[in-house]
Design a protein around this ligand. Structure first.
Ligand code: GLU
Length: 411
């Protein structure tokens, strides 16, 4: 099942529980607008290359639309639709005043020079510049894009429309970024993990954790899990997985990740090398998928041995896998709660930009913790009250909020 089918299944399931009816359900399933653009650039060797760019604006009932830009070869319209929809539910669930959107370019940024990446980014902004804006739709980083790309977006948009730092979040600190934004998604994942382990009465100190994916989100999640006293026993990237029963040296692995060194080349005492996917079947307390979506399906969900899955990735679990996890008593904290830390600090960045002031990292972290714990408690209550899984409860809360906003505003 594709990510859009899975996402729409979760929406339909929640819609039935709160009895939204087919018309409102249809409204909430359908994106408000979809923009598909060509993005031509001149390569360094003088040749022309044309890429496909996307921006799907899913829903604006609760505020300007918000969501990242993914630069990855597998980006296509259905994936962007699913990710845009998830942003609507994510922002509603943690109660920040945004709707949902997502975009991307089908490109492997590793094959581009810095100059090519800059030209690609600026051209994309020229193509979608009239449909984004600080009060309309605010992009941010996602897989394959980073703070530098956000700086170019701000610069290009400001050239076209006048100075507008709030048009994009996840910018570098030097150009209107926020303290704590880069680490925010990973930090939020671990805040949610702490609340979950506390409720399940699993001590954090010594809890065994495996992290799939060692990019921005996975590496920061591993870092914060480690600093909370958990034992990170397995991590993976595309090159392979590394295992160490007594816990990996996360500070060293973070350092290597900054230098983009593959895990497959890492050598240290007691470290075993395995295939990337083996991390998913590790015997751990907590499994954190933090890479692409579409990871768990009916065929492999029975192989997972973790007690808890914290979905740092967007859309990693198919409905069949979700059911298998529920039957097997595995607690799954869904993406729209688990990885909401990134967009939450994006919101703080946007607020700081609009008001031209700065919060400290301690203030940001405190507000992030408060926001995510609020979301966590709301989902916990809903799950208990209606006897639902965490995912269904999260969708019920989010859908209810967006549906009420939609009906109050009127068509
Ligand atoms: N790309 C991130 C996500 O999937 C962050 C989006 C944002 O900050 O707007 O939640």
């Amino acid at each position: 099942m594709s990510e859009i089918q899975a996402t729409n299944y979760y929406i339909a399931q929640a819609s039935k529980i709160i009895d939204l009816g087919p018309h409102v359900e249809q409204l909430l399933l359908t994106p408000e607008a979809e923009h598909i653009v060509s993005v031509p650039i001149e390569r360094d060797n003088g040749e022309l290359a044309v890429f496909s760019g996307y921006r799907v604006q899913h829903n604006s009932a609760r505020g300007p639309m918000k969501g990242g830009l993914r630069f990855h070869p597998t980006v296509e319209i259905d994936e962007v639709r699913a990710l845009a929809s998830l942003m609507t539910w994510k922002t509603a669930l943690v109660g920040i005043p945004y709707g949902g959107a997502k975009g991307g370019i089908a490109v492997d940024p590793k094959t581009l020079s810095k100059g090519e990446l800059e030209r690609l980014t600026r051209k994309f902004v020229q193509r979608i510049g009239s449909v984004i804006g600080p009060q309309r739709d605010i992009p941010a980083p996602d897989m394959g894009s980073d703070a530098q790309v956000m700086a170019w977006i701000m610069d290009e948009y400001s050239r076209l429309h006048g100075f507008a730092p709030a048009v994009v979040t996840g910018k570098p600190l030097e150009v209107f970024g926020s303290a704590g934004r880069e680490a925010a998604t990973g930090r939020g994942v671990i805040f949610v993990m702490l609340d979950t382990l506390h409720d399940l009465k699993i001590p954090v100190k010594g809890a065994r954790v495996a992290v799939q994916g060692f990019g921005n989100v996975g590496s920061w999640a591993a870092h914060f899990a480690h600093s909370e006293g958990a034992k990170v026993v397995a991590v993976s990237d595309v090159s392979g997985a590394v295992f160490r029963a007594d816990g990996l040296d996360i500070p060293t692995l973070m350092e290597r990740a900054k230098q983009r060194l593959p895990l497959a080349d890492y050598r240290a005492e007691g470290v075993d090398h395995r295939a990337s996917d083996d991390v998913l079947w590790a015997d751990v307390d907590v499994l954190i998928p933090a890479a692409l979506g579409g990871i768990f399906d009916a065929a492999n969900a029975t192989r997972v041995r973790a007690k808890v899955i914290i979905e740092a990735a967007n859309a990693p679990t198919s409905p069949e896998a979700d059911e298998i996890f529920a039957r097997r008593g595995i607690t799954v904290i869904p993406d729209i709660l688990a990885n909401a830390g990134g967009v939450t600090v994006s919101y703080f960045e946007w607020v700081q930009n609009i008001q031209s002031f700065r919060w400290t990292e301690a203030e940001i972290d405190g507000r992030l913790r408060e926001t995510l714990s609020g979301g966590y408690r709301t989902v916990a209550q809903m799950a208990k009250q209606k006897d639902l899984t965490w995912r269904t409860a999260a969708f019920v809360v989010a859908l209810g909020r967006v549906a009420r906003a939609t009906l109050l505003r009127g068509l």
